[in-house]
Write a protein that binds this ligand. Structure first.
Ligand code: NAP
Length: 444
């Protein structure tokens, strides 16, 4: 069996692991010259224990029969059709890389950025738009973060955390310099529904109040629960814990020498105002109906904002030649088998991870998800019979595409550790694509 996996993030590597354990040869392709997807470019750099899942994923790349072909973009360097001709099956695990839109006036003003772009920047993603983020950050004193999920918590923490915490991370030096120079005093976090409906997890939430020199403030009237929210607290232990943590902050008082995180609930961004760049967010108060949906009340208030971070979820995008559900932004599938417009499985084509089910769940969720897809794939191949296949290396050679293989990644890894050591840290992420490729070539 010879299988191609598209995407070297957690889903792709969990799929490669399950496939190679079943005796398949697996080529793992990634658009970027490095593996690990959102573990490298999404998990907050100060979350060391979550990031250490890298070590587990690295072991998959070390397995005989698993080959890394990084820096190869499907849709540009090779088509899905060519992959299907070169392998017994193809598993698409390319995730959900774009941001969702708010669809409010002023959203596109300078100084209003997507959390996906801010996160890419502070993780050292080679495609990060440094100028946009760094100029927005340089101007920022009061920040509005829209959304109350774990990405909103990450962004809020990174923007307010003391440098002593951030300096222990692998963030690139220019990111640390920009954060050290920032004049942020206040971060306002907006939840369009109540504290019971927030999607953050308790551990991540609690960390906000543990930051040195940071006060988390909440208006006690936001803590009154309507019947639907009270019922949620009764039935869901995570929700109950979240609400309890937020309640315990109701008596916090502000220390003027500290940075402040203000949690606002029942608060929907209605409009962003500003001349050349964002200056104010108009917030509409909401109520929650019996089904838990938010509705605007028409009552508004304003929050001054030099920087707005829209953290309202990730969005998957279509790939040429592959069916796509543009409403849910996922590839239509049944148990990981990609379905065409007539609801018929596309032979040999499978999907796993966020592009299969949408951007939800923790990293571990992808292990089970990938295993289910691999089980369906193996069942189909058993019925159809596997023939192997030439793979795509001959085709890449003909096209002059020089993929970064595992030895190239090992060289990048060593270069990042050496760069980190020169600054008294474990590692510093190399953010420049050419520098990554040069490091890979030097070692390969
Ligand atoms: P998320 O959990 O889906 O949160 C999105 C937030 O945006 C929700 O509060 C949502 O509110 C809000 N929202 C959506 N549309 C909105 C609109 N039009 N106006 C105002 N608010 C809006 O997504 P995420 O934070 O991007 O995280 C993605 C996944 O990665 C999650 O499963 C998360 O747990 C995971 N993750 C985990 C960690 C960790 O474990 N440490 C870290 C980062 C991410 P509604 O609920 O009202 O729609």
């Amino acid at each position: 069996m010879r299988i191609a996996v598209v995407g070297a993030g957690p889903s792709g590597l969990y799929a490669a692991d399950a496939l190679s354990s079943s005796g398949a040869d697996v080529d793992v392709l990634d658009r970027l010259p490095v593996p690990f997807g959102l573990v490298r470019y999404g998990v907050a750099p100060d979350h060391h224990s979550i990031r250490s899942v890298r070590d587990t994923l690295q072991k998959v790349l070390e397995k005989p029969g698993v080959r890394l072909l990084a820096g190869v973009e499907v849709g540009r360097d090779v088509s899905v059709e060519e992959l299907l001709a070169a392998y017994d099956a193809v598993v698409l695990t390319y995730g959900a890389s774009r941001d969702r839109h708010l669809d409010v006036p002023g959203e596109d003003l300078a100084g209003s950025v997507a959390a996906t772009d801010l996160v890419a920047w502070y993780c050292g993603h080679p495609d990060a738009d440094r100028e946009t983020i760094e100029s927005a950050l340089a101007a920022a004193r009061s920040v509005v973060v829209v959304g109350v999920g774990n990405v909103a918590v990450d962004v809020t923490r990174v923007l307010t955390a003391p440098m002593a915490r951030l300096e222990q991370t692998d963030m690139p030096q220019h990111v640390l310099d920009a954060l050290a120079a920032s004049h942020i005093t206040d971060v306002h976090v907006l939840g369009r529904r109540g504290p019971a409906q927030a999607t953050w997890t308790t551990k991540e939430l609690k960390e906000l109040a543990e930051l040195d020199g940071v006060d988390v403030l909440i208006d006690p009237t936001d803590l009154e629960l309507e019947p639907v929210s009270a019922a949620l607290v009764e039935s869901d232990r995570v929700v109950a814990r979240n609400v309890e943590v937020i309640r315990s902050w109701a008596d916090h008082v502000s220390d003027t020498t500290h940075r402040h995180i203000h949690l606002h609930f029942h608060a929907r961004p209605a409009e962003m105002l500003g001349t050349d760049r964002v200056e104010t967010v108009v917030v509409e108060r909401t109520t929650i109906d019996d089904a838990g949906a938010a509705h605007g009340t028409g009552e508004t208030y304003e929050i001054p904002a030099d920087l707005v971070v829209r953290s309202v979820g990730y969005r998957g995008v279509a790939l040429d030649g592959v069916p796509f559900d543009g409403r849910r932004n996922v590839i239509p599938n049944v148990e990981g088998r990609v379905m065409d417009a007539d609801g018929v499985p596309v032979p040999g084509l499978y999907v796993a991870g966020w592009i299969k089910r949408g951007p939800t769940g923790i990293i571990g969720t992808n292990k089970k998800d990938a295993a289910a897809t691999v089980a369906a794939l193996l069942e189909d191949l058993e019925a159809r019979g596997a023939t192997g296949g030439p793979g795509i290396e001959p085709l890449l050679r003909d096209r002059g595409v020089d993929a970064v293989a595992f030895d190239g990644w090992t060289a990048i890894d060593a270069a990042e550790r050496a760069l980190g050591a020169s600054r008294g840290r474990d590692r510093t992420t190399i953010h420049d694509r050419d520098a990554l490729v040069t490091a890979a070539r030097a070692g390969a």
